[in-house]
Ligand binder design. Structure first.
Ligand code: AKG
Ligand code: FE2
Length: 300
């Protein structure tokens, strides 16, 4: 197959250069409509991989250079003007597995929303018979791993819609040593409950060169990557367990977004969770109980 398929060239790459941020009103996304045979076979391969790998897929060079540049500059502008940022206090360890991570919603009038056409096309390619759209009630979020220890324990993303929403992690920048890991139970020994957290077979040292590694830890096959800029990790909610190893240096900035079927309905039980982003009142639990619930607890 093709070594590296060129990104679709927008018909007007010169006039579409926008080094300047801001001005969310004058720019409208113009998704490249070039659908070549090459694109078709690539997508077909990705769909097969996604299905084979329990609905998780890592894709590099996901956005067009133009989309990526626009999103990056929009975001750096956003980060400078604190007024646009709505910090989410994710650091509160009691309500999330994320530790030391900064999160903020991207305002819905941001031009970022107009530059995710490539992601949308890819997701629609993976869900062939369904029209997939950005989840209407889940704003795009920017998440920054920068403080020492920033990371996320093993979790499964919350299911918020029926059918399940698809979660996207778009990496914008990564100079950190964080590894994004996921693990899949091996087929034999279905009933085995594993209580170690699977790290031992795939420590950070395995992915220092930003490549993908796969290892066996007990009853799991563990995958580990350091996500590169302009890559996306696509995974279905309620699916594969994943984590981000604690940061010891550098910085990692991602956008998190969710796609759903156009006809999807929001899970009634989840409406409160999404609409308010308020923390649940946390009941006191023993460490042992927490430990046991680790596997079950769901976040996104
Ligand atoms: O940062 C990542 O790569 C994954 C983040 C994640 O799993 C989540 O926010 O649910
Ligand atoms: Fe997650």
């Amino acid at each position: 197959m093709a070594a590296h398929s060129p990104l679709p060239l927008s018909e007007s790459s010169s006039s579409h250069r926008r080094e300047h941020p801001v001005s969310s009103e004058n720019i409208h996304s113009s998704p490249p409509t070039t659908s070549t045979t090459q694109d078709y076979w690539k997508l077909r391969t990705q769909r097969r991989q996604y299905e084979r790998d329990n609905k998780i897929l890592y894709v590099k060079s996901a956005l067009t250079p133009s989309e990526f540049a626009t999103i990056s500059s929009e975001l750096s502008f956003m980060m400078q003007t604190d007024s646009n940022m709505m910090p989410m206090q994710e650091e509160d360890a009691s309500s999330s597995f994320a530790t030391n991570r900064i999160g903020a919603r991207v305002p819905t009038n941001s031009n970022i929303y107009n530059n995710i056409g490539s992601v949308c096309r890819l997701v629609n390619g993976l869900y062939d018979n369904t029209e997939m759209i950005l989840a209407p009630n889940i704003p795009i979020e920017v998440r920054v791993y920068e403080k020492a220890g920033a990371g996320m324990g093993w979790h499964i993303d919350d299911v918020l819609y029926s059918p399940r929403q698809v979660e996207i992690v778009l990496t914008l920048d990564n100079t950190s040593d964080c590894c994004t890991m996921w693990r899949v139970p091996k087929m034999e020994n279905d009933d085995t409950v594993i209580n170690d957290d699977g790290d031992d077979a795939s420590p950070s040292s395995h992915c220092t060169d930003k490549t993908t590694t796969t290892a066996s830890a007990g009853a799991y096959t563990v995958h580990s990557i350091q996500t590169v800029p302009n890559s996306i990790l696509i995974l279905e909610s309620g699916g594969v367990e994943h984590k981000v190893t604690p940061l010891s240096y550098g910085k990692r900035t991602i956008l998190k977004m969710a796609f759903v079927s156009k006809d999807a309905v929001m899970d009634e039980s989840m409406k409160r969770h999404v609409s308010h982003h308020h923390h649940h009142h946390h009941r006191t639990r023993t460490a042992a109980a927490d430990q046991k619930k680790m596997m079950k607890k769901r976040r996104r």
